[in-house]
Design a protein around this ligand. Structure first.
Ligand code: ATP
Length: 230
């Protein structure tokens, strides 16, 4: 457990009245909350690196991973059961005070629209600023997203660089309004790019190849134990 997540207090022990130290979880108010969605089928080191970089660069108090039930952009491919994807995310982030995992999209079912998710997060964290983290590769299609203008108005959308294309090229191709494009370019965060994708991991497992350096070891074990992706 990271000591920054612990608070040290002295309490009087009721049995004999002596003073004793007590460690308890710090209840730091969550003012800045990051939301990171995706299929996470499975979660891999690329996702965890984005989360860490976003946490640091945006000075977040908490970053929540939210696995999609059905991603609006990948409706042609069904991921494995949400229960496994959720459990793998929990395993990959356990004991890390920076990260949380939410089942709101899995529980809601249907197509997982980000607009709906952000509204739900705002109800759960009414006093927090919400930062919605998306890959630059998705910006080109953003104008087609469900209630995109309201999405932009209800939270701060933060793109991170991914793939070869420059942010300016992506903005040029995007059909968003000029105002949203300017905001996005302004807010872009830089991440350590790691060449890995969930599809590559699924493919390697199906071919009997190791994924040892691509996912945390707990995830590799979980995949083997539950015979996933074979
Ligand atoms: P798939 O290969 O199945 O399409 P994926 O690995 O691209 O999956 P998703 O779970 O769909 O992952 O992605 C969630 C988010 O993580 C998206 O915003 C995606 O752009 C981002 N992402 C995925 N892999 C990486 C990576 N290696 N580096 C940076 N961002 C990534």
């Amino acid at each position: 457990m990271d000591v920054r997540g612990l608070e040290f207090v002295v309490r009087r022990y009721p049995m004999d009245g002596s003073l004793r130290p007590l460690f308890k979880m710090k209840q730091k108010p969550i003012k800045r909350i990051g939301v990171f969605g995706g299929s996470f089928d499975p979660v891999h080191i690329g996702h965890l690196t984005v989360a860490q970089d976003a946490f640091d660069q945006l000075d977040l108090d908490r970053l929540i991973f939210i696995p999609a039930w059905i991603s609006p952009h990948k409706q042609d491919r069904h991921p494995i059961d949400g229960k496994y994807r959720l459990e793998m995310l929990k395993l990959a982030t356990k004991d890390d005070f920076r990260f949380d995992v939410s089942d709101i999209e899995i529980t809601r079912g249907g197509v997982s629209y980000s607009f709906d998710t952000i509204q739900q997060v705002k109800v759960e964290y009414p006093n927090s600023d919400v930062f919605f983290i998306i890959g630059l590769d998705t910006v080109v299609d953003l104008h087609r997203w469900y209630r995109v203008d309201e999405l932009f108005e209800s939270c701060t959308v933060i793109p991170f660089g991914r793939g070869g294309e420059s942010p300016e090229e992506v903005a040029e191709r995007s059909e968003l309004t000029l105002a949203w494009k300017v905001q996005l370019l302004d807010r872009l965060i830089r991440i350590h790019e790691i060449e890995v994708s969930a599809s590559e991991i699924r493919m390697r497992i199906a071919e009997g190849l190791s994924v040892q350096t691509l996912v945390p070891s707990e995830i590799e074990m979980y995949i083997t134990e539950h015979h996933l992706y074979n």
